[in-house]
Design a protein around this ligand. Sequence first.
Ligand code: IMP
Length: 420
Amino acid sequence: MIDVVLGLQWGDEGKGKIVDVLTPQYDVVARFQGGPNAGHSLEFNGQKHVLNTIPSGIFHEHCINIIGNGVVIDPVTLKKEIEKIAAAGANPKQNLYISEKAHLILPTHRLVDAASEAKKGEHKIGSTLRGISPTYQDKIGRSGLRIGDIISSNFKSKYDTVVSHHRELLDRFSFAYNLADHEPAFFDAIEFLKQFQIVSTEYFINNLIGKGKKVLAEGAQGTLLDIDFGTYPFVTSSNTITGGACSGLGVAPQQIKKVFGIFKAYCTRVGSGPFPTELNNETGELLRQKGFEFGATTGRPRRTGWLDLPTLRYSIMLNGVTDLICTKSDVLSGFAEVPVCDTYDMNGKLTSEIPYSIQDAPIKPNYRTFKGWSEDLTGIRNYNDLPENFRLYIDYVSQQVGQKMSVISVGPDREQTILI
Ligand code: IMP
């Protein structure tokens, strides 16, 4: 049996915290796509931890953590992450398993990412510059290197072949770089990773499922950044939807039971791309400050806006969400009014369907406005104790998307969670 937890917006929905809250019910947590472009924040005992590649179950002693074949791994980042979590008391030698089929992010992938973004100028994607797109391009182009290659005796010559191709690209971009600045740390990290459990995670995970173990698949980024269904081309380079869990872990679709879909009580987005409900004003700035909306990985300020129901309905449909989770509800306290976009007005016609290109479509969000509430939600633990105006808001969202709320998160700590 496998359950999936994933984001329904443009990432940063608070997945790390929710996985951490759910983990006690699971034996295994597995990441299935993305790489160190992600930053999953967990907070407990007054301490904040940010995970980029490692699954969010790592701080639970009983939990097996798997980095699946669908993930792209930067050895340098992963080494730093492992060192940090080990210092914080986790035991990665014992409970971290890495797929031999996960692709490696090389230093030149990062350089190509930077060169290609620089070349795009004002049309840039706003990539995290972690080498994600060039690595997935090499995977699909069948020329990438995988974790399993690091133990082969001719790893260096395989590496040189890929790098010589990247050098040609960098020359074409006229991009100045010095690879010698990056290679020592890369090869040092490669050696470091050899001491961890590198396995065929598809066999490993299916054996665990066969023994009745409960697996939680942890998505990164969000549905609107999916390579197929997101706001293309302003997306990431992997399938962030439920289907990605099958290909990114090697599990059959009929094994999937619950799909926990997480959305923030408002919207944010980092990087470029369309955002119909974006607030480019003081209210947007207030949301950013109150929600501390700055990237966990890059520190970039996030763009902010009101909740967008057409995209939320679309994401729920694509993922087959069974359990809906609302995060950062506490951030909305103190606004006089809380609007929610329930349809798009396209040249006078109301629609809930996402057009082919949000960017080019004449979209005007059609808002329904709710009275705000001033009460602090962070100490509330029961649905019935929530302010009435908040309940009117969240019940409307629920009714509009045709799904009950399962969890409402009212703060970053594990404890600040209302189970319904
Ligand atoms: P890339 O995945 O680094 O190539 O970035 C592509 C787009 O996805 C950019 O707009 C990024 O800001 C966005 N993105 C990538 N990872 C995350 C994430 O974990 N949270 C939010 N946005 C992300």
